[in-house]
Design a protein around this ligand. Structure first.
Ligand code: ADP
Length: 735
């Protein structure tokens, strides 16, 4: 075993280190550097406890300023001290720590020193020579990298020594040859001594006896001249080995004696050192514990650092995610804005289209309204004149032409009325009225008016009204009558020699609402399954081969829509050639108090109806003038006819009239305006509007103008008579 320049590493590293930190010479760093210097000095002085204490302080301070280079330095120093105190395990531990911190800074000088020290621990302490060689090689790599010639020399000499230890003489010699010239040129006696010693070993083992002795003696001379006793022991050991190898027992004895006597001196010193070391040991243990504590604190510190690093990373990740979210949000908003804009534009277009559609629909219904109105006026004339002819020429009563004319005119009128009503329903202009009515009375009226169809078709028509239904109900009797009338007349129309029944049953009572189920049942031709749905559509008529049933095809669609207005639905059950049943349920309010009041107010008119009244008719249409005049005269009332509003005002000035029948649509001055002027004069004569308009359409304006009632043309003569009578009587009772 050849110990070459072990301590020199430390010294060397000391000087190199000064240059290393020179650039960043803060006071704190200088202080630490000084501490490490002091530790090295103490170490050289074999005061290991002191050296350890000082290097421990250096380590703590290095941690405090978080300086990796100084931490690595401190650990390396501690490693050297432990190595010296024969605790190679601890030494390796500290060198490895030093390496970790050197790696953080990637410092080649430190790598060179630490690997060299590691190599020495493994080699000199006989732990693992091969591992020692690996570390020396690493150290050499960094020494060459930083071009440190002295380090290269020492490392190569150490490597050669290690190779010789495992008897790889040629590999060792290679190392020596690489540095020999350089060392011989220099003035470093220890290097020269080591070189000669190693060359001696190589020559001795490669059978160059004389050359070996030459090298050993050169080494011996340098050792004696420079008082390097520990080297001298080494030289004597190798000379003993050399002479043993070459069988020179005499020389073996000589050098063995020299070795023994020198060893005595050196070992007594070493013994002293050993004692010193033993004394220090106890204190060293103390320091070890303290060091461990520092280690722990450091580990904690590192862990915290790691944790906080983790937190920072986490924070950054969250921040990035948030930023991404923000970005998508922003993009979304932009997209939405764009979509909103597009929506706004399409909304505008839709609005325009809607307005246009509404305008078109309004125009359509106005058109329908005008046309039907215009049709009603001449129809009024046609029906009226037909009646007059039939009246005046009784002999024509059986004329098929005249009958046909009357039928056609009536059919046309009902078609016009149906269309008008459909139009109103579709425009949602129909609002149900809530008036008190007597259900039995209404149904009786219907029964009377359809009796002739029943007779014609030889049908038996029965009516059955549930006695639990109150006498007076509140609701729209006109619409109800219209529904029932339609269903009953259809039933009779499509039934020959059969039975038709109308029933009204009380189904349930909720609060004050009485739900009545109406059923119109016949034993007629029935409706095929496939037709049952569509008969409620507009203008649908099912082809009947046998007979031509006259109709408009609007009846049932109006019926079903009217039933809907009552918040109900119409249903049907039918079988061909067996019969048909239509049924629906409507809720009517019943209020006992209100009913009583109304019943009490009914004045029973027992007076003679055949009073002679003087009536003024204001009408521009000549045919209508004729028709109305005829009706009035038939009831034995006096009648004066004028063509327009102005003429009417003149007539009133001249003559007393009990009542005025006023057309609305007239040239020069219309019916409303004329009425207003009459009322302005303080004349209170009842005025009844005669109009082809729908009653609802004109009621408001007519009443506002001062009219008392409205009659829709064409009207039944009896109805006109009734209205005239009521209005004159009402006036009288007011007067
Ligand atoms: P129309 O005015 O032609 O009678 P509706 O809408 O009232 O029109 O009826 C439509 C069709 O439904 C009729 O053409 C008829 O074929 C059929 N229909 C209606 N009621 C009955 C019924 N009670 N029995 C048989 N068929 C009926």
């Amino acid at each position: 075993m050849i110990r070459i320049k072990h301590i020199c590493f430390l010294l060397l590293f000391l000087f190199s280190f000064s240059t290393l930190v020179a650039q960043d010479n803060t006071k704190e760093k200088e202080a630490i550097e000084k501490l490490i210097n002091d530790a090295v000095v103490d170490y050289m002085d074999s005061q290991y406890d002191k050296a350890l204490e000082t290097s421990k302080q250096a380590l703590m301070k290095s941690f405090a300023i978080d300086d990796n280079l100084l931490i690595a330095q401190s650990y390396n120093t501690i490693g050297v001290i432990f190595n010296e105190c024969s605790d190679s395990k601890k030494a390796i531990e500290f060198y490895e720590k030093a390496l970790t911190y050197a790696q953080k800074e990637n410092n080649d000088i430190l790598f060179n020193w630490i690997y060299s020290n590691l190599g020495s621990v493994y080699y000199f302490n006989k732990i693992d020579v091969n591992k020692g060689i690996v570390y020396y090689k690493k150290s050499l790599f960094y020494a060459e990298k930083i071009k440190d010639t002295v380090q290269i020399e020492y490392t190569k000499l150490n490597l050669a020594s290690a190779y010789f230890a495992i008897k790889k003489y040629d590999l060792g010699n290679e190392q020596i040859n690489a540095v020999r010239e350089q060392i011989l040129k220099n003035d470093n006696q220890e290097s020269k001594l080591s070189l000669n010693l190693l060359m001696g070993i190589y020559s001795s083992n490669t059978n160059k006896k004389l050359l070996a002795e030459q090298h050993f003696f050169t080494a011996q001379k340098i050792a004696i001249d420079n008082g390097l006793d520990s080297y001298l022991i080494n030289i004597y050991e190798n000379l003993v080995n050399h002479y043993k190898l070459h069988n020179e027992s005499k020389n073996v004895t000589i050098y063995q004696a020299k070795l023994d006597s020198l060893s005595k001196v050196v070992y007594s010193n070493e013994k002293l050192d050993g004692l010193k070391k033993a004394a220090n040991q106890i204190e060293l243990d103390e320091y070890k514990i303290q060091l461990e504590r520092i280690e722990k604190v450091n580990e904690e510190h590192q862990k915290n650092l790691k944790d906080s690093k983790l937190i920072v990373i986490l924070f950054l990740v969250i921040l990035i995610v948030l930023l991404l979210l923000l970005l998508t949000l922003y993009k979304n908003i932009k997209l939405r804005e764009q979509a909103n804009l597009e929506l706004l534009i399409s909304n505008e277009a839709l609005k325009e289209a809607k307005e246009k559609a509404e305008e078109a629909s309004k125009l359509k219904s106005q058109f329908v309204s005008t046309i039907t109105h215009e049709l009603r006026t001449p129809l009024y004339g046609v029906i009226g004149i037909t009646n007059i002819i039939l009246d005046e020429h009784k002999e024509l009563g059986n004329s098929p032409h005249l009958k046909s004319l009357k039928f056609s005119a009536k059919y046309l009128l009902s078609l016009v009325n149906d269309i008008l009503q459909m139009n109103k329903i579709e425009e949602k202009r129909i609002v149900l009225e809530n008036l008190i009515f007597n259900l039995t009375d209404e149904i009786t009226t219907i029964k009377n008016s359809v009796e002739y169809i029943a007779d014609k078709n030889n049908d038996k028509f029965t009516v059955e009204i549930d006695t639990a239904i109150p006498e007076f109900l509140i609701g729209d009797k006109l619409r109800l009558s219209q529904i029932i009338m339609n269903l009953v007349s259809n039933a009779l129309k499509f039934t020959k020699n059969g039975e038709v029944s109308l029933t009204a049953d009380l189904k349930k009572v909720e609060n004050k609402t009485y739900f009545i189920e109406f059923k119109v049942k016949d034993t007629g031709i029935g409706i095929a399954k496939e037709d049952q749905e569509k008969i409620f559509d507009k203008f649908v008529q099912i082809e009947r081969k046998e007979e031509d049933y006259q109709g408009t095809g609007l009846g049932l669609s109006i019926v079903s829509r009217l039933v809907n207005l009552f918040d109900s639905e119409i249903h049907l059950e039918s079988e061909e050639n067996v019969g048909t049943t239509f049924f629906f349920t409507i809720g009517f309010e019943y209020d006992e108090e209100k009913s009583k009041e109304i019943i009490n107010n009914i004045v029973v008119d027992l007076s003679d109806n055949h009073q002679l009244y003087n009536i003024l008719v204001v009408e521009d249409n000549k045919i209508n003038q004729m028709v109305t005049k005829k009706i009035i005269q038939n009831t034995n009332m006096a009648c004066t006819i004028v063509d327009d509003g102005y003429a009417a005002m003149v007539a009133i000035e001249r003559e007393h009239f009990d009542l005025i029948l006023m057309d609305i649509n007239m040239p020069l001055i219309n019916g409303f305006e004329t009425t207003r002027k009459i009322r302005e004069k303080g004349i209170k004569t009842p005025i009844i509007a005669l109009t082809a308009f729908d009653k609802q359409e004109v009621t408001e304006e007519a009443l506002a103008a001062g009219m008392n009632d409205i009659m829709v043309k064409p009207f039944e003569p009896s109805k006109l008579f009734q209205v005239i009578n009521n209005n004159i009587k009402n006036k009288k009772s007011v007067d």
